[in-house]
Design a protein around this ligand. Structure first.
Ligand SMILES: CC(C)(COP(=O)(O)OP(=O)(O)OC[C@H]1O[C@@H](n2cnc3c(N)ncnc32)[C@H](O)[C@@H]1OP(=O)(O)O)[C@@H](O)C(=O)NCCC(=O)NCCS
Length: 321
């Protein structure tokens, strides 16, 4: 990717991120999100910088899909692409407030879409804040269609209630033995989906933990928990994906995996668990309220290419970067 546009007589370049860009990218992200918080809630809030570990895991997984926008040689924005089999999603995407509303965001978004097309993704989508007119306009006018309301829930975890004896943590040495089943369960959840990359990032990239639920020796569900958060975010963990066999759609399996994530979060010194689920399953939302979760924010999932649907009720996947 080379110079793609001229912006008010200034040269803009979109190019793959390099390791030496990471600090600038983190800084632009912090400024962009802090500025957004000011617009959103009307008061100053200094967002933490994005975890270096997380950025490195994105760059290791999709080195050509982590992009920066440069204006006159200075980084003013960035975007990250993720490939889950045939499902490609984009996030985070951020532009320095001094350079917003000049087309940098759209240039980054288009570059991400081209990259995901090139990676053979049949589905291209993202998640954004449903209550921000700019965001809804930006993505709708870029050809995205809202598909799902996404609920962001949080729980302060205290202790354990549900038996989890059939859930095991997968160490790095056992990872190869479960990847095939994770691919299979992902495909059954949604035909073009493959979450093995997230399992790898959690275990090999040390972003957190991978758990599998087994019945009679067969894996019938899995969960990916992120515990990489530190500094201002140190008390938080987040569930990246929790999938149960859609044929069984078993609430007990879901609960056992969730409970195991909560226990692991506490063991890692994090008493706040964040998760994201589709509001298309009100039963699951009510169930999670009963388990001590409360609603913190609402996003919308939007898709530009392909059709993306998930079968069953007892699962969660997050397209948030
Ligand atoms: C969202 C973001 C990446 C967009 O980047 P950008 O460089 O400003 O985007 P562009 O200039 O290409 O496009 C912005 C569009 O929003 C429009 N816009 C700006 N303010 C708006 C408002 N209050 N309501 C509606 N539309 C608005 C602009 O007019 C432009 O649309 P147009 O091309 O049809 O005129 C940027 O605002 C950002 O970094 N925000 C903070 C981090 C964030 O929220 N990231 C996205 C998470 S999904």
């Amino acid at each position: 990717m080379g110079i793609i546009d001229r912006l008010k007589d200034r040269e803009m370049t979109i190019r793959p991120m390099r390791p030496e860009d990471v600090e600038n990218v983190r800084e632009v992200g912090q400024i962009a999100w802090s500025d957004l918080a000011m617009q959103d809630i009307g008061r100053r809030f200094r967002y933490p910088k994005r975890s270096e570990k997380l950025i490195h895991s994105y760059m290791t997984t999709e080195p050509e899909g982590c992009l920066v926008a440069e204006l006159d040689g200075k980084i003013v924005g960035s975007a990250f692409c993720h490939v889950w089999g045939g499902v490609g999603w984009i996030g985070p995407l951020e532009v320095h407030p001094n350079h917003q509303n000049a087309g940098v965001g759209r240039a980054l978004l288009s570059a991400c879409e081209r990259y995901l097309e090139g990676r053979g993704c049949q589905v291209i989508g993202l998640e954004t804040m449903a209550h921000m007119p700019k965001h809804v306009h930006f993505y709708l006018s870029s050809g995205y269609t809202p598909t799902t309301v996404v609920l962001i829930l949080e729980k302060v975890v205290r202790g354990s209630e549900v038996p989890t004896h059939f859930v095991e943590e997968v160490p790095a040495s056992k990872l190869p033995s479960v990847l095939g089943t994770i691919a299979d369960l992902s495909r059954r959840l949604s035909p073009s989906l493959d979450l093995t990359v997230e399992a790898r990032k959690a275990v090999e990239g040390r972003l957190g933990s991978l758990f599998v639920a087994k019945r009679e020796g067969a894996v019938i569900g899995f969960a990916v928990l992120h515990t990489y958060q530190k500094d201002e975010e140190a008390r938080f963990s987040s569930i990246k994906a929790l999938v149960t066999d859609p044929e069984l759609d078993d609430k007990d399996v879901f609960d056992a995996l969730l409970e195991r994530c909560e226990q692991a979060s506490l063991s890692a010194g994090k008493d706040h668990v964040l998760l994201r689920l589709s509001a298309g399953s009100p039963q699951l939302y009510l169930h999670l309220l009963g388990r001590g979760y409360s609603l913190r924010a609402v996003n919308v999932r939007m898709v530009k290419k392909g059709v993306y649907e998930e079968r069953g009720t007892h699962h969660m996947t997050s397209w948030a970067g």
